[in-house]
Design a protein around this ligand. Structure first.
Ligand code: AMP
Ligand code: TRP
Length: 338
């Protein structure tokens, strides 16, 4: 439950560690825009300090940060209505991150599946930051006293940890200072899967470019990737239940539903009985019609990186009006001499 005395505030972040994918758009950004339009106070962040938990070439990091900002704006995030920032320009994130790395317990962190996936067999040789990553994520959220966090399904465990950290801090210091944040994981595409393997998440870090749709892909590339997407030989069912053991078919239908803003059942009422040879071109046409205005606008914005930098600088000033007092109060609660 959200603690009632906290005014609703939305925070979410995306790593500038590569291009944006359709998974980011449907799982996260589309919802970010809706929450902004619902009139909630919204803060959206390019989490560059999270990105460097694995090696980032400096020139690429700068380019990816600006491109991600362009992607946010082109998708409908308005710098007038939302606070748009890159994490490293708001130092209170990292400062509270340190505090939370002293609140979180080793055992909690060792359970994080994203760390286990990312570290793989290499756990002794990954950065300490990759292990501590979720404590910084909790700080991103709680330094705004954010009450709602829209994310894709893969972030659920990190949000539970955020709640655990807030609860432990409040308990240890005998305060009711940090809100217990609500995850917002909603819609037909909270987990968009790889186009090549229905058991794997669509990801910007997948070595196969054919596995994902990038927000910057042109119409021909999108159509080709959808045409080549892995499917099974059967026709589409007429009801959602018929997709149960068909991960690839389910993924394409979910994408269609999310892009067209319909329920899966409504989509299947239309396309049930069709073969993929007929369905895929319709999906490609829909994807191109939704994504190409965004990629065109991204390209236009990227032509003026100075303007993006000005937007992020202004966002940082607005953000710090919120974060500086919350950090100061946190330190005071902890007994840090001010
Ligand atoms: P990341 O790119 O890992 O920083 O993720 C940014 C946001 O996009 C998070 O809210 C993720 O949960 C979401 N996201 C990333 N990949 C997917 C996917 N394949 N399906 C749905 N949401 C995703
Ligand atoms: N961990 C998130 C991801 O990989 C990105 C992120 C960092 C985030 N800080 C956040 C998401 C705060 C929501 C809120 O997708």
């Amino acid at each position: 439950m959200t603690t009632p005395q906290f005014t609703p505030r939305v925070f979410s972040g995306i790593q500038p560690s590569g291009g944006l994918t359709l998974g980011n758009y449907l799982g996260a950004i589309k919802r970010f825009v809706q929450m902004q339009e619902e009139g909630m106070e919204t803060v959206y962040c390019m989490v560059d300090l999270h990105a460097v938990t694995v090696w980032q070439d400096p020139a690429d990091l700068a380019k990816n940060t600006r491109e991600l900002a362009a992607g946010f704006i082109a998708s409908g995030i308005s710098p007038e209505k939302s606070i748009l920032i890159n994490q490293s320009q708001v130092p209170e994130h990292a400062q509270l991150g340190w505090v939370f790395s002293c609140v979180a317990r080793m055992g909690w962190m060792q359970r994080m599946t994203q760390f286990k996936d990312k570290a793989g067999k290499n756990a002794q040789n990954v950065s300490l930051g990759l292990f501590g990553y979720p404590a910084l994520m909790a700080a991103d959220i709680l330094i705004y006293h954010a009450t709602h966090v829209p994310v894709g399904e893969d972030q659920k465990q990190h949000l539970e940890l955020t709640r655990d950290i807030a609860t432990k801090f409040n308990h240890d210091y005998g305060v009711d200072f940090f809100p217990i944040t609500e995850p917002v994981i909603e819609g037909a595409a909270t987990r968009v899967m790889s186009l090549r393997d229905g058991s794997k998440k669509m990801s910007k870090s997948d070595p196969s470019d054919a596995s994902r749709i990038n927000m910057t892909d042109g119409a021909d590339t999108i159509a080709k990737k959808i045409r080549k997407a892995k499917t099974d030989p059967d026709a589409l069912p007429s009801e959602a239940a018929g997709l149960q053991d068909r991960p690839e078919a389910r993924n394409l239908v979910n994408i269609y539903a999310a892009l067209s803003e319909q329920s899966v059942d409504a989509v299947l009422a239309d396309v049930g009985g069709q073969q993929f040879g007929a369905f895929k071109p319709q999906l490609a046409e829909l994807a191109v019609s939704k994504l190409s205005p965004i990629s065109n606008e991204m390209a236009r914005l990227m032509a003026d990186p100075g303007e993006i930098d000005r937007i992020l600088a202004k966002g940082a000033v607005q953000a710090r009006e919120i974060t500086a007092p919350i950090l100061a109060k946190t330190y005071e609660i902890m007994g840090m001499v001010r």
